[in-house]
Design a protein. Structure first.
Length: 209
């Protein structure tokens, strides 16, 4: 009898993945909390004020009963995305993972305030296509000079000294979005005014009528 050489079994593929569908729908969650869920994606230079504005709006909306949370770029890079560097390809993967996480939270009823530099048009379009439903792009704008002067993390000084490569605004370009639904200028306006601007935008677009 001739031995028959067994072929290795094929590896699992996407065809073998079956996502779980909850009995509690997104619309049911939205009706219970009284507002739509979705993603507010804040883009802008480091030091422009994205996280500062987002965390203040998060606190104020939380106190008013909103289901809201901040998804911060540095927090993602300290855990889930700690294996990624800052090349253009790695930035795209960083945004892909962040977009998927933000989308999952939106499906669970949250308003997600995602704060990511996301310097390129391509990356921001990529995230918009992941989230799809109720995605809003917000450009938090500040002049490069103001960001360098603020330099809350000391990163501009390191970049200008050549200690950091691929730093947005210095050795890597930031492409200002042309499709942002809201622009917040932190060079021209105070933090309370910028916070109110974002908070009002959210209430206008997320409250159920």
């Amino acid at each position: 009898m001739t031995d028959v050489q067994q072929q290795p079994a094929p590896v699992m593929s996407q065809a073998d993945i079956f996502p779980h569908h909850s009995h509690v729908t997104r619309d049911m969650r939205n009706q219970q909390v009284g507002h739509r869920s979705g993603v507010i994606w804040l883009t802008g230079l480091s030091g422009a004020g994205k996280s500062t504005i987002a965390t203040q709006v998060e606190l104020e909306l939380f106190r008013e009963g909103f289901l809201v949370s901040v998804l911060d770029g540095d927090t993602m890079r300290s855990g889930l995305n700690c294996d990624l560097d800052f090349t253009r390809q790695a930035r795209m993967e960083n945004l892909r993972r962040a977009g998927e996480v933000a989308s999952l939270f939106a499906m669970m009823g949250y308003i997600v305030l995602a704060t990511f530099i996301s310097p390129h048009h391509e990356g921001r379009r990529f995230v918009r296509n992941i989230v799809r439903k109720n995605f809003h792009l917000v450009h938090v704008r500040a002049s490069l000079e103001d960001c360098i002067q603020r330099d809350p993390k000391g990163l501009y000084q390191k970049a200008l000294s050549g200690d950091i490569a691929n730093f947005t605004g210095i050795s890597q370009a930031y492409e200002e979005p042309q499709d942002a639904e809201l622009k917040i200028d932190t060079t021209s306006h105070t933090l309370p005014l910028c916070t109110a601007q974002l908070k009002n935008f959210i209430k206008d677009n997320f409250l159920l009528t």
